[in-house]
Design a protein around this ligand. Structure first.
Ligand code: KG4
Ligand code: ZN
Length: 343
């Protein structure tokens, strides 16, 4: 079974090829440079860039995999959630390809793709569900922060999510206030690694709250006030690094504590994490320490699969087809506000 998958839900144009669940190619073209001068993703520019990039990226993936489009057995694409114009480019291209080849089309939920990315491993990358354990999964990206209970492959229940900003959004907005280039998360991470996270005690929103929900907008506001009241911090290299470490420590402590608490509540002994913020070195280390302390198994998505990519989209399509799941209508529409709880 040769499957081509497309991901265009936000600002990464990605095309992957999978044979029987093994990743042959996973080409990703990031639009970070394009959106940098605006300090955030500009939806209309993103759609146009996807239009420009999709066919070259598809050509690159096909070339890398050493296959021709005529050999495909199925085509998948992210159907939602995401930016409407951006989703439309990938979805319509995939549907057109499937229609022209008379092969099935599968529309995939972007968060379901993140959800199984921690189980993609090895060389070549493939789905390692033979080691699957029921788990609590943390999905943390620029757009979303949620906790999900995955009792069985393709069997999940959303436990909670952010009531305002996502963790990645908080990283990016705090980084912008500090004066770091967009997207600030990776740069804040780098500076934090040389700072003292205990030098500033930022709030840990909803840490003691018994729900599985998160809130990060208050933390961002307290960073704003801190900088207003201590403008010199930005001029002093070490104090700036301490500030970055303090922000990161607050975000990471909330994410880790709530994930571990959810796993304990549900009696699960496995934790997984995915999404762009799972690249964060502080989060990876703190989840490692906490899971070791609790005797939990920890599966972190490979850093190359944390940010948006088509390999994870193709993997869920493969999983669905392998389990006799239904394909999607070739004229199905995008679902920009699709909730993970609805599938
Ligand atoms: O999953 P993703 O590529 O896109 C969305 O679906 O949102 O995640 C992008 C987010 C951005 O907010 C970016 O700043 C954040 O992930 N990110 C990081 C790091 N690497 C990426 N945040 C903190 N530390 C990092 N190392
Ligand atoms: Zn994502």
């Amino acid at each position: 079974m040769l499957l081509l998958a497309i991901e265009t839900s936000c600002d990464e144009t990605s095309v992957a090829l999978l044979r029987d669940g093994c990743v042959l190619a996973n080409a990703v073209s990031s639009q970070v440079k394009l959106h940098e001068e605006y300090g955030g993703v500009v939806p209309e520019l993103a759609s146009r860039e996807h239009l420009r990039n999709l066919m070259p990226v598809a050509g690159q993936a096909l070339g890398q995999a050493g296959v021709a489009s005529g050999e495909l057995d199925a085509v998948a694409a992210t159907r939602g959630p995401g930016l409407p114009g951006a989703l439309l480019v990938g979805l319509r291209a995939a549907q057109g390809m499937a229609f022209a080849l008379d092969k099935p089309f599968i529309g995939i939920h972007h968060h379901e793709a993140h959800l199984y990315s921690p189980w993609i491993d090895g060389d070549p990358l493939s789905l390692t569900l033979d080691t699957f354990q029921p788990n609590v999964s943390l999905i943390v990206s620029g757009g979303h922060t949620m906790l999900v209970h995955v009792a069985a492959p393709l069997g999940h229940r959303v436990l909670g999510g952010t009531v305002d900003d996502a963790a990645g959004e908080c990283f990016d907005k705090a980084a912008k206030l500090i004066g770091l280039p967009y997207p600030g998360g990776p740069e804040l991470d780098r500076l934090a690694s040389e700072g003292d996270g205990t030098a500033h005690n930022f709030p840990r929103p909803m840490l003691r709250d018994d729900s599985h929900d998160f809130s990060f907008s208050g933390l961002k506001t307290s960073v704003r006030y801190f900088i207003r009241d201590n403008p010199n911090v930005l001029e002093d290299g070490q104090r700036l690094r301490d500030l970055c470490a303090g922000v990161q420590a607050a975000i990471v402590e909330v994410l880790v504590a709530k994930t571990i608490r959810a796993a304990k509540k549900l009696g699960e002994r496995c934790v997984t994490a995915s999404g762009g913020v799972t690249c964060n070195s502080g989060l990876r280390a703190a989840l490692g320490v906490a899971c070791e302390r609790e005797g939990f198994v920890l599966r972190l998505a490979n850093p190359t699969l944390c940010t948006d990519n088509a390999a994870m989209v193709g993997m869920v399509a493969h999983l669905r087809l392998a389990n006799g799941g239904e394909t999607t209508s070739p004229d199905a529409e995008i679902v920009p506000g699709w909730k993970l709880a609805d599938i």
